[in-house]
Design a protein around this ligand. Sequence first.
Ligand code: C2E
Ligand code: MG
Ligand code: MG
Ligand code: MG
Length: 281
Amino acid sequence: RAKTEGRGTLRFFEPGMDAQMLARRELELDLRRALVNREFELYYQPLVNIDSDAICGFEALIRWNHPTRGMVSPVEFISLAEEVGEIESIGAWVLKTACREAATWPEEIKVAVNLSPLQFRSGSLVLHVMSALSASRLKAERLELEITEGLLLQDTEATLATLHQLRDLGVRISMDDFGTGYSSLSYLRKFPFDKIKIDRSFVRDLAETDGCMAIVRAVMDLGYGLGMSTTAEGVETAEQLAHLKREGCVEAQGYLISPPRPASAVAEMLFTQLLSGKSVA
Ligand code: C2E
Ligand code: MG
Ligand code: MG
Ligand code: MG
């Protein structure tokens, strides 16, 4: 609890707080200033079509250039942003920035943006998407929104209504990290996703564990049957890619192809692809 001191200053740190709480509190205060201080940046990781080897899009992944801690991973601050009520403004910034940057890329190249379940609760997500699209003049068809299964756990009716509104705008909706949440299959029935992204935990052991292969195969069949495209996340070896290709997976993403890189590297990634003789998309 903050306590008022003599000179009207607020004391956030009290003797009872343990080190972990203190660190968290400090990060929270830094996070509240990060947007105005322009400390966020989007990195982009290519998604390739497995058949043609060509880049078909990039996933935008937020990075925080912290003034003293250096680069902070979203794994560390997204959940904090959700807890302290910063996710809506950060999410709006991500949408706006990703659309603006993607609008400078070739027409065939899509951009994927991750959404937090909390952005759906604010009631302004559709507006934020619309204004990001109109400010950038990016075609709605080039924007893919990635959501996780956790989203569909609560508020199902309202959430589904929002998903349908987004779909009506023309944007695509992907189910991210598929297979890591609960009752995945029933969610696929509730909403017609455009794409299923198979979580990297299944891709990792693809070559070694028979079970992983069976799961990946089942998800791909499922996607095919439901008319959804499938993307494999976290592809790190040529062997994994070969397995996925053989099983008919459409897209791949992972360190084997490229790690996420700054926006300034996108042109280079596309250019390298042109030089290697691969067509775009
Ligand atoms: P995600 O959406 O599943 O993104 C994929 C994560 O896997 C990224 O981590 C990416 O760098 C990493 N990755 C890609 N290829 C490989 C690989 O071959 N091997 C391994 N081990 N990892 C790989 P990153 O950038 O640290 O992001 C972590 C998570 O943070 C994302 O998972 C997403 O859930 C969340 N996130 C990132 N950016 C945003 C954002 O702008 N908004 C929201 N709400 N969440 C975001
Ligand atoms: Mg994602
Ligand atoms: Mg993912
Ligand atoms: Mg993931």
